[in-house]
Design a binder for this molecule. Structure first.
Ligand SMILES: Nc1ncnc2c1ncn2[C@@H]1O[C@H](COP(=O)(O)OP(=O)(O)OP(=O)(O)O)[C@@H](O)[C@H]1O
Ligand SMILES: [Mg+2]
Length: 1003
């Protein structure tokens, strides 16, 4: 019997095979899925996968990559490099390159040098790499189903984990892709980084988890029989089962050690080593050497480290392969089981350990190309580090850092740079070794930490470097560091970013035009406040010129876009559009995709702000398509989805907008983008009367917005929703209070584009609480009298003052202004007439003829403005007061015409609450159709009594109070209430009250 015999027979695991088989069947049918296979070491994860791909997945393309252990962490992207290498071997480099989206495989060069030199690495480099990998899998899966196997994820480093998570999250965009991940559960200590990841992935709908248990006794007997080729004696089996506890690797080892009947070593480790100890001494020595090289070792490296000639090496290797301790694996060898290597490595004496790692390091120093880049540099750093040689550990970590950067393994790079910093004081000539001083290392660390998303660390590193620098003596590095820190602070919305950039701009010498252009460009982008406008324009202009002179296309185009924005007026779009076109031409010429994306974002936003919704949607859509091609669908692409959703909402193309939003949310965009997308979805839900949904969406974006400081473009639309939702649900007090706070706390003058909708929202709220023509408190009226109406009315002077002062730049803002005026009465200089207003706002107790005529005219003007802008919802909203005023003026026909138009628009949009409001008005005024009335002429089929009860419910009364007021029994009240809820199709008293408010049943 051979040592460590492996059973040819595969036992048990029917359920796990079925799980994998089901997942594959789903993937085959177009619903890609993932199975996470966990289990202790040796329990049979790899074997299970092998059996599955060998039989169940015969017609598929199987791609396998394993995570490699290296020190305490793994080798960055190792499984994916292995997968790519396998593909290149099978299909050839060019065929693989053709499969990448856009046919440009340069991003893959970050994983495999065969693809050439990677392009420039900007912050998007990593996003592109991820997208290209996914794109490649998508294309492969079009041919035939793909099974991607990532083994031993417990050793995955963060870069590998990130890419794996990304692929799993987005795998649904690739039909027919099954991902299987194996990991050791016994390695997952409490703080193991895979733990939270597994929990997170476990919640993804298409991810299943399979836990491999130990074998049952019956299965263990079958396994033993498979190895022994006969059924073992029951007593032997008892012993083996008791010792192995059903772990198949253990069963194998026990059997190969003794056939089951000799005295057995105590632990699995000893068992595994016992197998090795029977090999010739020179083979054992070679295995010890190999154990320091990792789970898989290249032949060339082993030969270099072992210092044996080919013959001697073969002689020593043969028994290890024959004895099934090593297996031949491509151009190298793997330990048959990782535990054997671990046992061997753990058994090394400390001196031996250091000596061996030194030998590896020296062999790699002699010829780094023994290993494919970037592995050579990274493994070299590992061996010097394990050899405890500070000097070489420092130097090699520095080189490994730049190798890691190439593959966008930012975390690995960060770790290497941190190691350099840690060792710095122990190496007297560190600066000469790396050709730079400690400040250079800190500077690089700050940059990489930023890229890795470790903002705090980035700021700390830059601050430490700045503290050590003499700014006057070293202005270039000071300026670079200040810029870096400013950019990071800006990303974190931390104060001090503008100051950092201003200082950098003051420091950067004139003979450094490239750096100067970058600093000025960054500075110009951060100057948002109105009072900084002149500085921003001057800075952007200068940056633009410098960028042009030095040929820095990124600086030139970004500065041009900033400049264009800076003096943009929505009323003068043509100049702006020309500038955007110019920026786009320049960016195109230099393949500056980051600038191209910004151009699409800025232009679509400018168009939307000018009310050119169709064109805005088109630019955003084209930009999103570009983002997909550049491999930036999830970053710039989702931002552009916001800019596409916004005009679609304006245009009333709500279903289309919802599709765009849903698709973008599927891509799991960054939280602030998500909040904006959810905001638009909430707008639609509100207008369609889906208040629970609106509340959920609003709660989600609220929680994001509470965690940072955001600009007006995000906060003000959110504010409108925070007022409209309670208003729509009948919680008028809350709505009015929020509105009052908004007028107190927000600087509405700073951004007219986003301030106008707030003013309109509050004006609509006030006129809902105190409708036009209603007697005012203290003037004999009853319904609206009270603290709420008073509070609402008290908002008016301030509201009108804001409206008076706020500029209305461009047609969109002018439409808002007209709508605002129609609701609150004429503003000075308004085109809609100059007589005193007659709305609640103007506090007219009775609508006299002139005032009513003014209202008709003002509302019509607003509706017409919205019609011209093709915003049906806003138009329909303006038609309500227009119809009401026309009716009040005695123009029944005119009222009916407006009502019909509004109703058509609202129906088309599915804007149920507005439709109901129109119906109620139509029914009351007896014009047009309307809400079906009950047999006794009451609205919504409610009886007169039910209507009375509903009025009390709407006033917030309890059943007992209602019973007292109406002098009926509590029981009767509760029967009425149930009937009311049923007739209104609502679930709670609150919702019933909301419906009553909405329909103005008791106005
Ligand atoms: N169901 C099975 N039937 C027969 N042999 C098995 C079975 N499961 C595992 N084995 C054998 O047990 C040994 C260990 O299994 P395997 O290498 O798959 O474990 P693993 O879970 O992948 O361990 P590790 O976590 O160390 O990678 C192998 O030699 C394998 O052939
Ligand atoms: Mg395994």
């Amino acid at each position: 019997m051979s040592i460590h015999a492996v059973s040819p027979l595969f036992v048990g695991r029917a359920r796990e095979l079925a799980t994998l088989g089901d997942a594959l069947a789903r993937s085959r049918a177009g619903s890609s899925s993932t199975v996470l296979v966990g289990g202790e070491a040796g329990v049979g994860k790899t074997r299970l996968i092998r059996e599955f791909t060998g039989h169940g997945a015969a017609d598929t393309r199987v791609l396998v990559g394993g995570c490699l252990e290296l020190g305490t962490e793994g080798l960055p992207f190792a499984p994916f490099t292995a997968v790519l290498r396998g593909l290149v071997r099978e299909l050839g480099r060019d065929a693989v390159a053709e499969l990448v989206p856009g046919g440009n495989a340069r991003a893959l060069a970050r994983l495999l040098p065969e693809f050439g030199e990677p392009g420039k690495d900007g912050p998007e480099a990593r996003a592109r790499l991820f997208e290209q990998m996914l794109g490649l899998l998508e294309r492969l899966a079009e041919e035939r189903p793909v099974v991607l196997i990532v083994e031993d994820a417990h050793w995955a480093d963060r870069s590998t984990r990130d890419l794996l998570t990304f692929l799993i999250r987005y795998q649904r965009t690739a039909a027919r892709l099954l991902i299987a991940v194996t990991y050791r559960t016994d390695e997952l200590h409490r703080n193991h980084p895979l733990r939270p990841l597994l929990a997170e992935l476990g919640r993804v709908e298409w991810v299943t988890r399979a836990e491999l248990r130990r074998l049952t006794r019956r299965e263990a007997v079958a396994l033993a029989a498979g190895i022994l080729r006969h059924e073992p004696a029951a007593a032997t089996m008892d012993l083996i089962y008791a010792r192995s506890e059903g772990n198949p690797l253990f069963v194998e080892a026990l059997l190969s050690e003794s056939g089951g009947d000799e005295a057995l070593p105590e632990s699995l480790r000893d068992l595994l080593l016992a197998g090795v100890e029977r090999l010739p001494e020179e083979t054992q020595e070679l295995l010890r050497v190999a154990s320091a090289g990792g789970q898989r070792i290249e032949h060339a490296l082993l030969s270099a480290v072992a210092g044996l000639d080919e013959n001697a090496l073969s002689r020593a290797l043969r028994p290890a392969v024959a004895g099934n301790v090593l297996v031949v694996d491509g151009e190298g060898y793997s330990f048959r089981h990782a535990l054997i290597r671990e046992a061997l490595h753990d058994d090394l004496l400390p001196g031996e350990h250091i000596r061996l790692h030194t030998r590896y390091a020296e062999a790699l120093e002699r010829d780094l190309t023994i290993l494919p880049a970037p592995r050579g540099a990274i493994e070299l750093a590992h061996h010097w580090h394990s050899a405890h040689d500070s000097t070489w550990a420092l130097a090699s970590a520095w080189h490994a850092a730049s190798a890691a950067r190439k593959s966008t393994a930012y975390d690995e790079q960060l770790r290497m740079l941190s190691r350099v910093l840690e060792l710095w004081d122990q190496v007297p000539d560190a600066a000469e070794r790396i050709g730079g001083d400690r400040i250079d290392v800190l500077r690089q660390t700050a940059t990489v930490a930023h890229l890795a998303g470790e903002y705090e660390r980035s700021i700390a590193m830059a601050t430490a470097a700045l503290a050590d620098l003499d700014h006057d003596a070293d202005p270039i590095r000071s300026a670079t560091l200040l810029r870096q820190r400013g950019l990071t602070r800006y990303d974190l919305s931390r104060p001090g970013h503008v100051e950092d950039l201003r200082r950098a701009a003051a420091l950067v010498p004139a003979d450094q035009p490239k750096l100067r252009g970058q600093v000025l460009e960054s500075l110009s982008r951060m100057l948002h406040r109105p009072e900084d406008q002149p500085e921003r324009q001057a800075t952007a202009r200068l940056a633009m010129e410098i960028g042009h002179e030095v040929g820095d296309i990124n600086v030139e185009t970004h500065a041009l876009i900033t400049y264009t924005w800076g003096h943009a007026r929505y009323s003068d779009m043509d100049t702006q559009l020309e500038s955007f076109a110019r920026a786009r031409r320049i960016a195109h010429g230099g393949d500056a995709y980051n600038a191209l994306m910004r151009c699409a974002i800025s232009e679509s936003d400018a168009l939307e702000g000018a009310g050119r919704h169709e064109r805005a949607a088109q630019v955003a859509r084209e930009g999103a398509e570009g983002a997909r091609q550049y491999g930036l669908a999830r970053t710039s692409g989702t931002f552009l989805a916001i800019n596409l959703a916004e005009p679609l909402v304006s245009l009333g193309r709500w279903d289309e907008a919802l599709q765009v939003i849903e698709h973008a949310l599927d891509l799991a965009p960054p939280a602030p983008y998500r909040a904006s997308l959810q905001g638009f979805a909430a707008d639609i839900a509100l207008a369609r009367g889906q208040f629970d949904r609106a509340e959920r969406l609003l709660a989600a974006s609220r929680s994001v917005l509470s965690r940072g400081s955001f600009r007006d473009q995000t906060t003000l639309p959110h504010l409108c929703r925070e007022i409209r939702l309670p208003q729509a649900c009948g919680q008028l007090e809350q709505a009015v209070e929020t509105a009052a706070r908004a007028l107190e706390e927000h600087d509405l003058a700073s951004s007219s584009r986003y301030a106008w909708p707030v003013l309109v929202t509050i004006a609509q709220l006030v006129s809902a609480v105190v409708p036009a023509g209603r007697p005012l408190p203290g003037e004999g009226g009853q319904g609206a009298a009270g603290p709420l109406a008073r509070l609402a009315l008290s908002l008016l002077p301030r509201l009108r003052a804001f409206g008076q002062e706020l500029v209305a730049d461009g047609e969109l803002q002018q439409a808002h202004r007209l709508m605002f005026t129609a609701l609150t009465g004429p503003l000075a200089g308004s085109t809609a007439g100059s007589t005193a207003g007659s709305t609640a706002a103007a506090a007219a107790p009775e609508p006299d003829g002139e005032a009513v005529a003014w209202r008709v005219k003002a509302s019509d003007l607003a509706a017409g403005a919205w019609e011209a802008l093709r915003e049906p919802y806003a138009e329909a909203q303006c038609l309500v007061p227009a119809a009401q005023a026309a009716f009040a003026a005695g123009d029944r026909q005119g009222a009916a015409a407006r009502l019909t138009r509004a109703r058509d628009l609202a129906r088309e949009l599915g804007a149920t609450p507005l439709l109901e409001q129109l119906d109620v008005f139509g029914r009351r005024a007896r014009i047009g159709g309307g809400t079906p009335e009950g047999p006794d002429g009451q609205p919504l089929g409610l009886t007169a009594r039910e209507l009375e009860v509903l009025r009390e419910v709407t006033n917030g009364r309890s059943n007992r109070e209602i019973a007292e007021t109406l002098v009926i029994s509590i029981k009767t009240v509760s029967v009425h209430v149930s009937n009311i809820l049923a007739k209104l199709g609502v679930a709670t008293r609150g919702e019933a009250a909301a419906t009553a408010h909405r329909l103005r049943l008791f106005d």
